[in-house]
Design a protein around this ligand. Structure first.
Ligand code: H2B
Length: 93
């Protein structure tokens, strides 16, 4: 999996407008009703991460969950990260 260039990321992120570039990755903060809802989301993210062997950084702060996605093996953002972002957007909805 090859790392996307900054121009490719800028183009690709238009399809996932809630996400922004953060260092070597892409990041989004999701907000929920309460901690239990936030954890239910995190558990779905964790199951997917194990299934696809792609693991976001996860910051949980009561009803907010920040996911940061990058592909360590590639040293930056790849299509895998955008795939995962799309999945997270879909389960949040
Ligand atoms: N997660 C993320 N975010 N990036 C990776 O490059 C990565 C991973 N590599 N999870 C996976 C595990 C790799 O180490 C295994 C062997 O597939």
């Amino acid at each position: 999996m090859t790392r996307l260039s900054p121009a490719e990321i800028a183009e690709r992120i238009k399809a996932t407008p809630e996400w922004s570039v953060m260092g070597d990755g892409i990041s989004r903060t999701f907000q929920f009703k309460d901690f239990a809802q936030a954890m239910a989301f995190v558990n779905q993210v964790a199951q997917r991460a194990e299934r696809v062997h792609h693991h976001p950084d996860i910051l949980i702060r009561w009803n907010r969950v920040t996911l940061t996605l990058s592909t360590h093996d590639a040293g930056g953002v790849t299509e895998k990260d955008f795939d995962f972002a799309g999945f997270a957007d879909a389960i949040e909805a």
